[in-house]
Design a protein around this ligand. Structure first.
Ligand SMILES: [Zn+2]
Ligand SMILES: [Zn+2]
Length: 213
């Protein structure tokens, strides 16, 4: 096994930064990617009655069954803007399931395979580890910003500046045009610049923020 060295700490921070950056990119894309037209997700989004009602629950099941898992995620990101507390109530598995399956699992398997054929330096493995933890738990960290009671490690992370605060994330909800990263927020200055550059070129139109038909 490769020995640990002084590079481990900066590598952990770089991995943590990159996971934050990824959380910002994915969030920005999901917020502005239009929902599939004709699937009548607008009826769900703008439903005025009780979301506990049998009518709404039946409609939710029917409309969600008619779209792909990616389209469901896209809808979830938009739905969380007017109803952030719903995200805060989600179960742990629902929050980390898709990120673990899509990203963390394949990357960790690849790292394990690399360890078999190449003496991977300790600092590199540490950086990948921080990236995987930040990536896999990104939606859990985001949900923690929308609930009052959190496990101790969330509060400790905030005190150390490794996780962002609800007040900092509120800036995103107030504008929907900035601060998309939701882990530690370190990458938000870069993500904001990217967002502004894409907007100037005509991408990421406001119409994508809500389902239209
Ligand atoms: Zn958003
Ligand atoms: Zn949020």
């Amino acid at each position: 096994m490769a020995r640990l060295d002084w590079l481990v700490l900066p590598a952990l921070l770089v991995g943590w930064y990159l996971a934050d950056f990824l959380s910002g990119l994915v969030h920005m894309y999901m917020d502005y990617r239009p929902c599939p037209p004709g699937k009548r997700l607008n009826d769900l989004f703008f439903y005025a009655g009780s979301r506990e009602s049998a009518e709404y629950q039946a409609m939710l099941r029917e409309r969600m069954a008619a779209i792909t898992p990616l389209e469901r995620l896209v809808y979830d990101f938009k739905n969380h803007h007017p109803r952030p507390l719903a995200l805060g109530r989600r179960s742990l598995w629902r929050l980390i399931g898709s990120s673990v399956i899509i990203a963390a699992l394949p990357i960790s398997l690849a790292l394990n395979a690399a360890l078999l054929v190449w003496p991977v330096p300790g600092w590199f493995a540490a950086g990948v580890f921080a990236f995987l933890v930040g990536g896999a738990f990104a939606q859990l960290f985001h949900a923690s910003l929308h609930r009052d009671h959190n496990p101790w490690f969330i509060n400790a992370g905030r005190r150390m500046g490794l996780l962002m605060t609800p007040a900092a994330h509120q800036v995103h909800h107030d504008t929907l045009q900035r601060d998309f990263a939701t882990n530690c927020g370190w990458s938000n200055p870069v993500v904001n610049r990217l967002f502004n550059a894409l907007r100037r070129r005509g991408y990421l139109e406001d119409a994508g923020l809500v389902p239209s038909s």
